[in-house]
Write a protein that binds this ligand. Structure first.
Ligand code: C2E
Ligand code: CA
Ligand code: CA
Ligand code: CA
Length: 277
């Protein structure tokens, strides 16, 4: 755990895992992190489950803190979301993803990258135009960029989020529902949205080779999603057994440690050359 130790005599708010003084430090550090190039783009590969062909990857953020070292997103994305810094992080990530895509294109690699969006991003009416400008500036089409949204991020201000989502889809961007199965919304609701892809949360996938209950949840999610015309992606594939099981169930795409861990852009290029499936 790279998380700071709690200062025992300050108890401002017991509902927070990190006390408020640490949170405030982390937030001001995070503001600097963007300016001082402490953020890194990591990419986790995605493959076609039946052919094992490489399709692209998911862009994941890493923060190399000058004192605390590598900090994982689960430790700062929630704060970034609460304070609004997330908008700057998203802009940073979208720009880095476009730069990486332009590099790959130069190398003759026509792959796609998926970027995660948060609640605030989906309430930002300027986002579609900002993305259009970024793509144009890097000579990219909307085909190369995918956007991952969660059920939760849609729920904050559903009407506003839906307007943004519809604009993004109208531009031709590929949208995915992330962490499917962990939220409360139904496929019936999601079906009304212009999304193309459903990502089954890793908690259902990781142990499906050992847990029959998990396997049947994954199977019925795949069937239901296919009936609605959606592409299904399984995340959290940690061994070959699970990958084969998913292939039998007709799952389209896969992601997980067995295929490749999140890695820096350079390593991802090497992974692309070496991965034969
Ligand atoms: P996520 O979108 O569900 O991303 C997948 C997470 O699952 C990644 O964690 C990845 O390392 C992990 N993972 C992938 N394969 C496996 C596996 O086989 N086994 C296990 N146990 N885990 C696996 P990571 O990179 O720590 O990211 C955590 C979360 O932080 C992400 O979850 C996403 O919600 C958020 N996040 C990361 N980068 C960004 C970003 O740039 N913007 C936003 N808004 N959120 C981000
Ligand atoms: Ca994601
Ligand atoms: Ca996910
Ligand atoms: Ca997640």
């Amino acid at each position: 755990e790279s998380r700071l130790k709690k200062t025992p005599w300050i108890v401002y708010n017991t509902s927070l895992e990190i006390d408020q003084s640490e949170t405030l430090t982390l937030i001001s550090d995070l503001k600097e992190a963007i300016q001082q190039n402490q953020l890194l783009l990591y990419i986790q590969p995605k493959v076609d489950v039946s052919t094992r062909r490489a399709l692209g990857g998911e862009a994941l953020i890493r923060w190399v803190h000058p004192q605390k070292g590598m900090i994982f997103p689960d430790q700062f994305i929630p704060f970034a979301e609460q304070t609004g810094i997330i908008s700057d992080l998203t802009q940073w990530m979208l720009r880095r993803a476009c730069e990486a895509l332009a590099d790959f294109k130069k190398q003759g690699l026509h792959i796609s990258l998926a970027v995660n969006l948060s609640t605030r991003d989906l309430n930002n009416m300027e986002l579609p135009q900002q993305i259009a400008d970024l793509l144009a500036a890097h000579g990219l089409t909307t085909k190369s960029l995918k956007l991952e949204i969660t059920e939760g991020s849609l729920m904050q201000d559903p009407e506003r989020a839906e307007i943004v989502v519809r604009k993004l889809a109208a531009m031709g961007l590929h949208l995915a529902i992330d962490d499917f199965g962990t939220g409360y919304s139904s496929l019936a609701y999601l079906r009304q949205l212009p999304v193309q892809e459903l990502k089954i949360d890793r908690s259902f996938v990781m142990f499906m080779d050992k847990n029959a209950g998990d396997a049947s949840i994954v199977k019925s999610t795949i069937d239901l999603a296919h009936n609605l015309g959606l592409i299904v992606v399984a995340e959290g594939i940690e061994n070959e057994l699970v990958l084969n099981q998913l292939a039998k169930l007709g799952c389209n795409e896969g992601q997980g440690y067995f295929i490749g861990k999140p890695m820096p852009e350079k390593d991802f290029s090497i992974w692309l050359e070496r991965w034969q499936g």
